[in-house]
Write a protein that binds this ligand. Structure first.
Ligand code: ZN
Length: 411
């Protein structure tokens, strides 16, 4: 078994934390911003220094490749993202890129023989923080998103600016022929922080990811009557917000009777007219529910679609916004991750991903899997994000050995 360097990992984690440093322990590094370009420059410089060839594609994804001993073989990729949310942390995305770099550095430094070309990769605009949607370029490359539509995506800070303009201005804009594809790549690995508390609670240093949870997303509406807040006796009211509160209570009670692994959230609520002197006449709220088992998701759907037609005198309605099935990662690759962690003596357990990642889109295209490392106190998408350097290095070592197992086994 091979191991990665803790010192090199610490150096990279500290270096990349400077690009977009917001001054209080975290970063704001929107995709294709000056800060993100500095991170890409650092990546490219370090990868060229070990003899990797750096290429970019038409979505400005960056690929650094070390040749293998059998040039006819497809590449094996390790990828994540360098962009962050506003006031994000130093681990989400960037740690996967750092571990991909570390894998190539360990291979180069140790003269580790490998048959396939090995590629460390940066995905453009995974977060979609400045230009929605999230997972933008993996969505385009795997045919989930229309490229023209995403090029027209407007900046959330300045609607006169588009993603397409930022892309055209990027020195990393490259050729479509360099895109990750099943013809050119045999597999993809993505290491990522867990973004939840499960590994830490279980005292495990690595999560062997098996799937990305299936989910459904509904919009639920209650419709009442707008009236004056001071002159309408309580018994006359049709208060859509009070009805929405009752609907939410009803849904929580019913959903809590399902499997304890089910997670569900109302994160968005629109209240009309949202004026403090007016009884709300219409409320629209989201319900996002996630579980691995489609049978549980089907029961969630049955509860939502079977809820009472009226609460507090207000009519209820629903609309399915979108859904996705559970995405299972490639069993062979999952096995390579598990075997590597076990052989290295890195404590580990199987885990699923409740969050979406580029790897989820790529898994429709080629064998793909993910490796998780713990998130201290479960925090992510905030400056409190933290994973101990030893855990980061352990994750990198698992990635290195899993890639080498794939290199030995895959054609
Ligand atoms: Zn991420």
């Amino acid at each position: 078994m091979h191991t990665c360097s803790l010192e090199r990992m610490k150096d990279k984690i500290g270096t990349f934390a400077k690009y977009g440093d917001a001054g209080h322990g975290g970063i704001t590094r929107y995709s294709l911003s000056a800060e993100a370009h500095l991170a890409r420059d650092e990546f490219s410089r370090r990868m060229r220094a070990i003899g990797a060839v750096v290429e970019t594609d038409d979505m400005a994804n960056v690929y650094a490749t070390l040749p293998g001993s059998e040039p006819g073989l497809r590449r094996i990729a390790m990828a994540s993202h360098v962009d962050s949310v506003k006031n994000g942390g130093n681990y989400d995305g960037i740690l996967g890129v750092i571990c991909a770099m570390e894998t190539l550095e360990a291979v180069a430094a140790g003269g580790i023989a490998h048959r396939h070309p090995l590629t460390a990769m940066i995905w453009t605009n995974e977060e979609g923080s400045l230009y929605p949607p999230a997972m933008m370029s993996s969505g385009v490359i795997t045919g989930k998103f229309d490229k023209k539509t995403v090029l027209a995506s407007k900046s959330v800070l300045d609607p006169t600016k588009t993603f397409g303009e930022a892309l055209a201005a990027s020195p990393y804009l490259g050729d479509e022929k360099n895109r990750l594809s099943a013809d050119a790549y045999a597999a993809m690995f993505e290491l990522h922080i867990e973004q939840g508390p499960i590994l830490e609670a279980a005292k495990k240093d690595v999560g062997v990811v098996t799937c990305v949870l299936g989910m459904v997303n509904y919009r639920i509406r209650t419709r009442g009557q707008a009236d004056h807040a001071g002159t309408t006796p309580m018994s006359y009211r049709k208060d859509a917000l009070f009805a929405a509160a009752q609907a939410l209570m009803y849904l929580h009670e019913k959903l809590d009777e399902l499997d304890p692994a089910l997670v569900y959230t109302t994160g968005e609520i629109k209240c009309h007219p949202c004026v403090h002197t007016v009884i709300p006449d219409e409320v629209d709220f989201s319900l996002d529910a996630r579980h691995e088992d489609p049978a549980v998701i089907a029961r969630v759907v049955a509860i939502i679609e079977g809820m009472p037609k009226e609460f507090a005198g207000c009519a209820t309605s629903y609309e399915r916004a979108w859904a996705r099935d559970t995405v299972y990662f490639d069993k062979r690759l999952v096995g390579f991750v598990k075997e590597s962690a076990d052989a290295l003596g890195v404590s580990n357990r199987y885990i699923n991903s409740g969050a979406g990642h580029d790897a989820q889109f790529v898994s429709y295209m080629m064998p793909t899997t993910m490796i998780f490392v713990p998130s201290k106190d479960g925090h992510s998408h905030c400056e409190l994000e933290y994973t101990a350097p030893e855990q980061c290095a352990a994750g990198a070592s698992v990635l290195l050995n899993a890639v080498l197992k794939a290199d030995a086994a895959l054609g």
